[in-house]
Ligand binder design. Structure first.
Ligand code: PLP
Length: 393
């Protein structure tokens, strides 16, 4: 079984390029060039240098001793929370801004929901002196004021999406419209392992630095490259894709994906796409997504903004359908409890997204000598208000 993308842009039956005809030249230019550009020694040199000096990589692989004792298994945390800007998203935006430069683009557009991807994009645009336009739903702009302020400080223009539900999918529509109108000088930075081919594969490759590092770091710690399990939370699926990438075809490594169950999978307020979703088209690709009987996309819900997405990337839809990955979910309450537990046991306050991945230890029993690597996708600073309100701190 192949778990990587094929030449046609598919993971099994998922993926592909479902875009308006007017967008075809832009996506095709990227498709024809992305692997060539990524293979250039010059590109790799600049990418690796920035990952080291700007992002702060390699991120540590930390043996969580007290957490391991509590659950009677060996738990390692891949510390993406220590990256510049506080999460894994910067790995992708650094890669894509270099790609944009190589393709001769001078203007960057992006869509953002909670604002994390908008901030990561505005950051690399400042770094490279490129114009940055971020589309964001009007409702999200009101909900995420600190991230809007960050983007503005970094020099980005934030344009409100005023149509539809005025949230992420409307911002995405605006970004696509912009790209159609500016095909020559503009690159569209997508923030997760989603979108028309080649985006899911390109984003996965930029994020695959996570599993590349896990391999040599685990070898240093344990004398072997492969853990027994790799675990990550899934919104669109970019931190998960990067965490799994170098283990996809290692049969001894089990893969666990953790979705946000929100108030409960059957509550009507959830983002557990693998359970609630059906095959459909979102954001330019065929994948699993939450939709009504008529195929209208359903508003998802999760306490964590980064997991509040109605689909999963096509790679993950394939991993789910083939059974290569075990899909689990954690509710708001379970995730919040795990976030507090990590804070108290290890002195690490995780992003609420990452707390979902940690919640599986209450639900699944691991063997004493199992090595379980969990992607700690981000830090909890951005979530402090949510933690305060939830725990009445
Ligand atoms: C955005 C975000 C996620 C979810 O995005 P993926 O593409 O699924 O990784 C998870 N964790 C953090 C900290 C995030 O900011």
């Amino acid at each position: 079984m192949n778990y990587n993308v094929n030449e046609k842009g598919y993971y099994g039956v998922f993926g592909g390029t479902y875009i308006p005809e007017m967008l075809y030249p832009n996506v095709e230019e990227l498709r024809q060039n992305y692997l060539k550009v990524m293979a250039e020694p010059d590109f790799q040199k600049e990418f690796q240098q920035l990952l080291k000096d700007y992002v702060g990589r390699p991120s540590p692989l930390y043996f969580a001793k007290r957490l391991s004792e509590k659950y009677n298994t060996k738990i390692y945390l891949k510390r993406e929370d220590l990256n510049h800007t506080g999460a894994h998203k910067i790995n992708n935006t650094v890669g894509q801004i270099l790609m944009a430069k190589r393709l001769g683009k001078s203007r960057i557009i992006a869509e953002t929901g909670a604002g994390q991807h908008g901030v990561a994009t505005a950051t690399v645009c400042a770094l490279m002196g490129m114009e940055c336009i971020v589309y964001m739903g009007e409702i999200d702009i009101a909900r995420q004021a600190p991230n809007v302020a960050r983007m503005k400080m970094l020099g980005a223009t934030v344009i409100p999406a005023l149509s539809g539900s005025r949230t992420l999918k409307d911002a995405t529509n605006e970004a696509i419209r912009d790209w159609i109108n500016n095909p020559v000088n503009t690159h569209y930075i997508i923030g997760s392992a989603i979108g028309p081919h080649p985006y899911p594969d390109m984003v996965t490759r930029f994020q695959s630095i996570i599993s590349e590092e896990i391999k040599w770091q685990l070898k240093e710690h344990e004398g072997r490259e492969n853990p027994d399990y790799v675990v990550a939370c899934i919104g669109g699926g970019s931190n998960a894709a990067g965490t799994y990438y170098h283990f996809l075809h290692e049969e001894s490594v089990k893969i666990i994906a953790v979705e946000a169950a929100g108030l409960g999978v059957d509550s009507g307020e959830s983002a557990a796409t693998s359970i609630l979703g059906k095959e459909g088209i979102i954001h330019g690709c065929k994948t699993l997504l939450m939709q009504t009987k008529d195929g209208q996309i359903t508003e998802p819900y999760s306490i964590s903004a980064g997991l509040d997405y109605p689909g999963v990337g096509p790679m993950h839809a394939h991993l789910c359908k083939t059974g290569r990955a075990e899909f689990m979910s954690a509710t708001d309450d379970e995730a919040m409890k795990s976030g507090l537990e990590l804070s108290k046991l290890e002195g690490i306050i995780p992003a609420i997204e990452s707390s979902h991945a940690l919640a599986i230890f209450e639900k699944k029993k691991f063997k004493e000598d199992d090595i379980v690597v969990v992607s700690l996708s981000g830090r909890g600073d951005k979530d402090l208000d949510t933690y305060i309100n939830y725990f009445k701190l």
